[in-house]
Design a protein around this ligand. Structure first.
Ligand code: GDP
Ligand code: MG
Length: 718
């Protein structure tokens, strides 16, 4: 039988590329028994010798945090490949060596393929393979998997390892006095209690301290008494570390592994040819920007500045667009005869879609500001700082990015946010993140906020926007905590955060980023929102007033016209408005909205708002377009042809408290339909999709009622 060589490494280090370069067409793809993780094997032939090659799933560590890692580890331990080729991304050496060190601790025959040396070189990074090999004590072969460069040397190095398994002593790293002492005791106990296991005793002890559930299960099955003793030791160490270092054993272990790697790298393994200055400057900037005390203050100031910038610069284009849509309505008003078509175009399309499009300038400036934060590298610092906070709410450092993508600062989208949770290894933290990212202020909620803030808090736009952001975050984190201590209970996993160096954004890059996102917004308004607006317009128009009521209004008009009074115009206008309002109320949507009023009045929402909120489940912008249509169909004041914000500001039943209650409801209520589908798909069950609708809406309603009731009670003198 030919010897097996396994390719192992972090995701995206180039395993599959190398595998293809080695095996060509001699491949076979199947699944690992019982799981849907792909198993790829093939053969490599050189000098008349055939070797079986396996492309293992990507992994960051040998602790079973994910299914892929578990499968890969089981393969290494149980099938004992003759040699392991550890593919390492040369441009991210430090992080990649984290896995290498763990192979060495496991005591398996490993050699390093220092891959992507071409890409590293382009970035000015040169790695001295020889030096690295001597310091680590394993063979190192530089490769470029894409071109096949170095593959023959690599396979020779791997060949030399065949048969060496027994001769390789596991690497022993010191983890500090506390852990070392515990490890030694546990190791002795394991050596006696589990003499014939596939795993080295110290390694098992280490995994125990790292909270590896699969290893717990293994020990419990093989030797329950031993398991109980190990468990006691683990708890004792964990408690001790919690009191002395305020952290957990996993974190201490990870720190020491990185320390070991850093110590090696520092000894001249890497030469940076460019950008040394940039890295240095970055470090200097970070000392201030991510400082424990100054950091959060700077963060709030930066975000506040972003809002200030957005609202002040978008004011002028906002009035232009308003004028444009007013002018369009005017033309249609003057040219088309009264009737359904005119109503569809003015109320359904111009006031509906126009309401959403009208906010494009705000969206554009917001995105421009965010592009600056992102391209400069500041956003990564925000993740870094929030990492600590996130852990205390049962989330993960890796949850920060999905939150920001979903609109953590403003103007993201929960759909890519939900997708981005794939980088979170721990299933519980991933689920908690999935379920809470929809609370962020996505680009679709922005026009709703912009409308209400503009109408009722025009004096303090940026401040109110900051408050909205803080409420969204507070609510999201508290919900995460709630979920993690009830429906998704479980331990946290450690995580290492990287900070890329600062970069001066290029103007071109900023424009492209801004344009891409603004265009998406505009496109959505022109397609999805248009379609939904038309449907909602129809729901708000049909079935129309019954004959008898129409006649009643006709009679009223006739009476006015026949009377001798001076203000015919005004009185007729008032009758028109009453008729329009009656028709809207009688429409399908109006009836639904009215039926809901019995509950929603607790939060200050009338039937028109209810229609808008139901429509908002399709897409949140629809809240604005629906209000636009509803207030245009059921004209409140026929003389008034101002913007929707101006209309709302004057409309009966509206005041700042109602507006704020609606803002709070919009932040928290059911994610839009597409997001729900994504949540269900990513969580692997419709149950979680349904959960997010119910949980979020209940939460939202609770908060909105609270805001409305307290706000209207007069406590704040309002
Ligand atoms: P895997 O996740 O480890 O299987 O990684 P892949 O083989 O899918 O490679 C990830 C990406 O890195 C792909 O886009 C490859 O084309 C690219 N890649 C792989 N090896 C090299 C290399 O040596 N140099 C460069 N520049 N790119 C590489
Ligand atoms: Mg792959």
């Amino acid at each position: 039988m030919s010897a097996t060589i396994a390719l192992a490494g972090n995701p995206n280090s180039g395993k599959t590329t190398l595998f293809n370069a080695l095996t060509g067409a001699r491949q076979h793809v199947g699944n690992y028994p019982g799981v849907t993780v792909e198993r790829k094997e093939g053969s490599y032939v050189a000098n008349g010798q055939t070797r079986k090659v396996i492309d293992l799933p990507g992994m960051y560590s040998l602790t079973a945090y994910s299914l892929e890692e578990l499968v890969a580890r089981d393969f290494l331990v149980q099938e004992k490949p003759a040699a392991i080729v550890n593919i390492v991304d040369a441009a991210n050496l430090e992080r990649n060596l984290y896995l290498t060190v763990q192979f060495m601790e496991l005591g398996v025959p490993v050699c390093i393929a220092l891959n992507m040396v071409d890409a590293a070189k382009k970035r000015g990074i040169e790695i001295h393979g020889q030096q690295l090999s001597e310091l680590m004590g394993v063979p190192v072969v530089p490769t470029v998997a894409r071109s096949g460069q170095g593959k023959a040397e690599l396979m020779q190095a791997a060949d030399k390892l065949i048969g060496a398994r027994e001769k390789i002593p596991p690497l022993i790293i010191s983890y500090g006095e506390d852990i070392d002492r515990a490890l030694a005791e546990m190791e002795d106990d394991i050596a006696i209690g589990l003499p014939n296991s596939d795993y080295p005793a110290r390694w098992l002890a280490l995994k125990f301290l790292e909270n590896d559930e699969q290893i717990f299960g293994f020990c419990q099955k093989e030797n329950p008494d031993l398991f109980a003793r190990l468990e006691t030791s683990r708890e004792r160490v964990a408690r001790h570390i919690a009191t002395t270092l305020a952290t957990c054993p996993e974190a201490v272990i990870a720190d020491h592994r990185y320390g070991y790697i850093k110590a090696i790298i520092k000894q001249g393994v890497i030469t940076h040819h460019l950008d040394q200055d940039r890295l240095f400057i970055s470090d200097r900037i970070d000392r201030v920007v991510t400082n424990r005390f100054a950091g959060p203050l700077i963060m709030v100031a930066v975000i506040m500045a972003l809002y200030q910038f957005t609202f002040s610069y978008s004011e002028l284009p906002l009035t232009w667009l308003e004028g444009l849509f007013g002018w369009l309505s005017g033309i249609v008003e003057a040219t088309l005869p009264d009737g359904l078509l005119k109503s569809l175009i003015i109320s359904g399309i111009i006031n509906g879609v126009g309401g959403v499009l009208g906010f494009a300038p705000i969206i554009m400036f917001m995105f421009f500001g965010i592009a600056i934060l992102e391209d400069s590298g500041y956003l990564a610092r925000v993740s870094f700082m929030l990492d600590r906070v996130f852990r205390s709410f049962g989330l993960h450092g890796a949850s920060v990015m999905p939150f920001i993508i979903s609109g953590g600062i403003a103007g993201g989208c929960a759909v890519p946010g939900v997708m981005a949770t794939r980088t979170i290894k721990s299933p519980r933290e991933r689920l908690a993140t999935l379920l809470t990212v929809p609370f962020m202020n996505c680009g679709a909620k922005l026009p709703v906020f912009a409308l209400l803030v503009g109408a009722f808090f025009a004096e303090h736009e940026a401040q109110v926007m900051l408050i909205i952001t803080l409420i969204a975050w507070g609510g999201a984190l508290l919900s995460a905590k709630l979920l993690r201590s009830t429906v998704i209970k479980g331990e946290s996993t450690p995580f290492i955060m990287e900070l890329p160096p600062y970069r001066l954004p290029t103007f071109r890059g900023l424009l492209i980023h801004t344009w891409e996102r603004t265009w998406q917004y505009v496109k959505k308004a022109g397609t999805v929102i248009l379609a939904i607006s038309i449907v909602l317009w129809a729901l708000m128009t049909f079935p129309g007033l019954p004959e008898t009521q129409q006649q009643a209004f006709e009679r009223q008009r006739a009476t006015v016209t026949a009377s001798a009074s001076q203000d015919h115009e005004e009185q007729l206008g008032a009758i028109d408005a009453r008729e329009a309002e009656a028709a809207l109320r009688h429409s399908i949507a109006g009836q639904i909205g009215t039926a809901m009023e019995s509950v929603t009045h607790l939060a200050g929402f009338d039937w028109r708002t209810n229609i808008a909120l139901v429509g908002g489940f399709a897409a949140k912008e629809v809240v604005v377009s629906t209000l636009g249509t509803a207030y245009s169909l059921g004209e409140i004041d026929p003389e008034e042809t101002g913007s929707l914000a101006a209309t709302l500001a004057k409309a009966p039943g509206w005041n700042p408290v109602v507006a704020f209650s609606l803002i709070v409801f919009t932040i928290f209520y059911a994610p839009c339909f597409v997001t729900v589908v994504c949540i269900a798909r990513e969580a692997g069950s419709w149950k979680w999709g349904a959960f997010s609708i119910l949980f979020n809406t209940t939460l939202a309603f609770g908060f909105a009622v609270l805001v409305y009731q307290i706000g209207s009670s007069g406590i704040f003198g309002a």
